[in-house]
Design a protein. Structure first.
Length: 582
């Protein structure tokens, strides 16, 4: 025990509830470029093109699903999937021969690079035919003078600072190189032989450092900085002059005490045998959604099925996606009918039956799922064709755009906020009798009206029981409340469960709920966090309980207008007094 003294403590009473970021979505896509099996974050259409490539005849549904989400939000997360048995990264190895191999992502690169059987010098950073457009050229002091890309550099490569320390006096390490990465076939830029990247004064030595103390070893630098290639095994064999007794191999450490072997000519490595692979299987899409489910981002409140991998995999992929949203209860999964359900079918009855069959195949039906009726025709400017694309990215996007501008509790449907973008025409424009059939099943109809354009005319979830959670706005409201209040509640962990802690919790979340009420998000609310629900037994067991009661606002589903003709001798007050509601 210390002697008597005054102890000053600080108590932080400024804690408040977290604020929401940009409402976002996640989807799984077969793309022609980008890491496989990791979450790719996109903020714009340019990001999609740069990181994921452009659409083709195999992947256009997935590609435009991601692209359409970016029409409505700048927070889109994509997991690229491929058929891992057939997709390959382009590569080049000894004697300018490449074998092609699969490098899925940065983590997988480390596995591939450590393989003793690997002999490739360079490999495209991502799997796909795009990599076949890449050429890597390397020049050192012996080959720089006549090199066609010498003009890109201030001077010839020579010797790194400090590289001569281990060499005899008068001997130079000659370890520097210049590297360029070229778009030889023009797949990336549209202009063959365009220079994509250049790297000056890199080193052949594994432990070389630049003036800032950072590694200048060409393998390390390119692997950390290049957007297009990984360097694997050091260049060797016939590409270099390699008298082993007097010169060090590339990749040796500086303390080997020898000058580094020179290039026999400018190294020109054309990457080959890259392949997009076959169309991914449904198991690849399922695995992609599992990866997406691990995203640590409470602002990603939507999963989007896109084409769900095609007609044959549709039910399994959608059901798996909805199982994920149901298990965590912090997202809503959006999906559409199969393209074959609606495209090219004249009979509305047949279309309705097809949509119902697809709806029936979905066994996970609750408030964490939403289905629309739409497939739209969209122009593909990259290939100058029109494509049929499911509308679930648009329906999800309308809600995300509404969340980012109006609030998570507002509906994204209707004439004010529910108008779809980039629509040439709908494959199926349901009339009123068809809409009545589909809406009873919880399917939100997309229609086109001549004066209004194409719009979403429904905001139901897939929950069958009639409750507050049959409306998407209320489902998203409660997801938002749970995310934000749960984040705030973590600050109560390991505090004492007494009146002070309980009052602090209430004082943190009450302003947040009051603000939402002021913004028309809830009709009213009540917070119970006192001795009534935190009893002695609850406290003894280590629990802290806060009960939040919400009276949500409901979106208008039907507008009923009654027009009455009345006699001239009857007062309006008398008519109003006798009027009834619905």
């Amino acid at each position: 025990m210390s002697s008597p003294s005054v102890i000053a403590n600080e108590v932080d009473l400024s804690l408040s509830t977290a604020t929401a970021g940009v409402a976002g979505a996640g989807t799984v896509a077969n793309l022609v470029w980008g890491e496989i099996g990791t979450i790719m974050q996109l903020g714009s259409p340019d990001d999609l093109e740069f990181l994921g490539g452009k659409p083709n005849d195999q992947n256009y549904v997935d590609w435009f699903t991601a692209r359409n989400l970016l029409n409505y939000t700048s927070n889109v997360n994509v997991v690229r999937v491929v058929d891992e048995a057939t997709a390959k990264n382009a590569s080049v190895g000894t004697a300018n021969v490449g074998t092609g191999l699969l490098v899925k992502n940065k983590v997988h690169y480390e596995v591939v690079a450590s393989s003793i059987s690997n002999t490739e010098n360079f490999v495209a950073k991502y799997a796909g035919e795009l990599g076949n457009s890449l050429t890597v050229q390397v020049a050192d002091s012996s080959t720089f003078e006549d090199w066609e890309y010498a003009y890109l550099f201030d001077s010839a490569p020579n010797t790194s600072d400090g590289a001569n320390v281990f060499l005899p006096t008068g001997t130079v390490a000659d370890d520097e190189i210049h590297v360029v990465v070229i778009d030889a076939k023009g797949y990336f830029t549209g202009v063959p032989n365009s220079v994509l990247e250049s790297y000056a004064y890199l080193s052949k030595a594994k432990d070389a450092k630049d003036v800032n103390g950072q590694s200048s070893y060409y393998v390390s630098v390119m692997n950390n900085k290049s957007n297009y290639v990984y360097a694997l095994k050091p260049i060797t064999g016939g590409d270099i002059v390699d008298p082993a007794l007097t010169h060090a191999k590339w990749g040796a450490k500086l303390n080997v005490g020898k000058p580094y072997a020179s290039l026999s000519k400018v190294y020109v490595g054309q990457l080959v045998k890259g392949s997009d692979g076959q169309i991914p299987t449904k198991s690849e899409y399922v695995k992609g959604f599992d990866i997406l489910d691990g995203i640590d981002d409470q602002d990603t409140t939507v999963f989007v099925a896109g084409g769900a991998g095609g007609d044959e995999s549709h039910a399994e992929v959608v059901n798996h996606m909805l199982n994920l949203t149901t298990n965590l209860q912090n997202r809503v999964g959006f999906f559409s009918p199969k393209i074959s359900d609606v495209v090219g079918i004249a009979s509305k009855q047949v279309v309705n039956e097809n949509i119902k069959a697809t709806w029936t195949a979905i066994t996970v039906k609750n408030s964490y799922g939403s289905m629309d009726s739409g497939v739209k025709l969209q122009y593909d400017k990259y290939n100058d064709v029109y494509r049929w694309i499911p509308c679930n990215a648009d329906t999800a996007g309308l809600f995300l755009a509404t969340h980012n501008t109006q609030g998570q509790w507002m509906s994204g449907a209707g004439y004010n906020r529910g108008k779809l973008k980039d629509v040439v025409q709908l494959a199926y424009n349901p009339d009123k009798p068809s809409r009545d059939i589909l809406y009873k099943m919880g399917i939100n109809c997309i229609i086109t009206e001549k004066a209004e354009g194409t719009l979403l005319l429904g905001d139901k979830t897939l929950q069958a029981k009639n409750s507050a959670f049959t409306q998407l706005g209320i489902r998203f409201l409660f997801i938002h409340l749970r995310n934000i209040i749960s984040e705030s509640a973590k600050y109560s962990l390991f505090e004492m469960n007494d009146q002070y802690t309980r009052s602090a919790f209430v004082n943190r979340i009450d302003p947040f709920l009051r603000q939402i009420k002021g913004l028309r998000g809830v009709d009213d609310y009540f917070i119970l966090c006192d001795e009534r629900n935190n009893t002695a037994k609850v406290i003894q067991d280590g629990y802290f309980i806060g009960d939040i009661f919400i009276k949500p606002q409901y979106s208008i589903q039907w507008v009923k207008l009654n027009f009455s003709a009345i006699n001239r001798n009857v007062s309006f007050e008398e008519v109003v007094a006798n009027a009834s509601g619905v």
